[in-house]
Design a binder for this molecule. Structure first.
Ligand SMILES: [Zn+2]
Length: 247
């Protein structure tokens, strides 16, 4: 056994003996609405820190864009966006955010985070697509495509039925993402107003990597009832634990 490994083992035993723990990873939850303001935002800012406490990570919720500066990001392990439109941040902060994620940090994004930064293609590439209308707001069936992901393994069956606003995406391609959830199109009217995709492929949650960083997106989370449901909370907790490297 090398000296380093012995030293590490001794440190772990010492920590166990004294009850000392490594501090929780820190997540910045940013909810800036430069465009449409979702009613659920204040509730989400209350719930995500609670979800974090139960799931082993700390969440600091803010609408303040100065938290995205490279200097501020140094204090965090992941960022979660619930945002709309073109956030007024500098090109330096934009480049800094991408480089920060690629260096091995986490980026999670919820619902209207894809209705954000249309003028910044690298952001769209990182998140995996852009909002392109929401043809449905009703009870739908969602297919659980990955039953082993930390974000979806709590689903006991192959589907999840919920009522929410359902997004459609442009520039979304399942061959470039790992799909966790998608819309069961037999549960909706494909002739509904605003349906543009002709391939019938409506991904609703996925993961990907960028550099050494991890990215998680869920399109769900418009309604308060969704945020309050145990299924959704476990979905978010698992996705965020995954981008933090805790899974
Ligand atoms: Zn919405």
């Amino acid at each position: 056994m090398s000296r380093t490994i012995v030293a590490a083992a001794v440190a772990i035993l010492a920590a166990a003996a004294t009850g000392a723990q490594t501090p929780n990873k820190k997540v910045l939850y940013l909810t800036h609405s430069a465009g449409y303001k979702h009613e659920v935002v204040p509730l989400s800012m209350q719930l995500l820190p609670e979800i974090g406490r139960k799931s082993g990570f700390d969440v600091i919720a803010t609408k303040d864009l100065t938290f995205l500066s490279p200097q501020s990001l140094k204090a965090y392990d992941a960022v979660v966006f619930y945002t709309t439109s073109e956030l007024p941040i500098s090109d330096n902060d934009k480049a800094g955010l991408l480089a920060w994620v690629k260096s091995g940090k986490g980026f999670a994004s919820i619902h209207s985070a894809t209705d954000t930064f249309y003028q910044w293609p690298e952001y769209g590439e990182m998140i995996g697509g852009y909002f392109d209308n929401h043809p449905w707001h009703e009870e739908v069936t969602v297919k659980v495509e990955d039953t082993r992901s930390p974000a979806t393994r709590h689903f006991t069956g192959p589907t999840w039925t919920l009522t929410d606003e359902i997004y459609q995406f442009r520039n979304w391609d399942r061959s470039k993402r790992h799909v966790l959830l998608s819309l069961d199109t037999s549960s909706v009217d494909l002739q509904a107003n605003g349906v543009k995709r002709t391939d019938g492929d409506f991904g609703l949650a996925w993961t990907s990597t960028t550099g050494r960083g991890r990215v998680f997106y869920t399109a769900l989370g418009h309604r308060a009832e969704v945020w309050q449901s145990p299924e959704y909370q476990a979905h978010l907790a698992g996705g965020i634990r995954w981008i933090l490297g805790l899974e």
